[in-house]
Design a protein around this ligand. Structure first.
Ligand code: URA
Length: 150
């Protein structure tokens, strides 16, 4: 299960996460490691409404939406959570992280392992970091491979 930040304009219109430019990149990143949304990959957002002017969600907004994300996690029962960017990591781990320092470490949300990587919108602005995100998804695949199957 991948967790993004919150809906943008297109996502708000369509009621689906990651359907804009960042979503296209996310789909391509998933394809590069042999994954596809909807096929064992579930995508959610930390906040459920679009913050005004696409600003980063505030801590109080993340907290307000957390019960919805928590319920999604409870229903999906993912083997692994991947936080895309800082707000998602903050929602899942209840702490501030620096993506550069947190990458490559395994955190926990309740009993579920959590990895942290760059948000696709950041990667659109900073394509030099795409290879790191690719490494992170390879790490995710390796962890999934090592987890007991249901
Ligand atoms: N960015 C996000 O974090 N989530 C979306 O659904 C779209 C863009």
């Amino acid at each position: 299960m991948l967790v993004g930040e919150g809906p943008g304009a297109e996502e708000d219109l369509r009621g689906e996460p990651f359907v804009g430019q960042a979503g296209k990149l996310l789909d391509n990143m998933l394809a590069a490691v042999g994954l596809k949304r909807g096929e064992g990959v579930y995508i959610a957002n930390a906040v459920k409404c679009r913050p005004p002017h696409n600003r980063t969600p505030e801590s109080g907004e993340i907290d307000s939406c957390l019960p919805f994300l928590a319920r999604q996690i409870e229903l999906v029962q993912p083997k692994l959570l991947v936080a895309l960017g800082r707000p998602a990591a903050q929602a899942l781990l209840n702490m501030e992280v620096r993506i550069g320092a947190a990458r490559g470490h395994v955190f926990r949300y309740r009993d579920t392992p959590v990895l942290i990587t760059y948000h696709p919108a950041y990667l659109l602005r900073n394509p030099q970091d795409k290879s790191k995100a690719w490494e992170d998804l390879c790490f995710a695949r390796r962890i999934m491979g090592g987890l007991p199957q249901p």
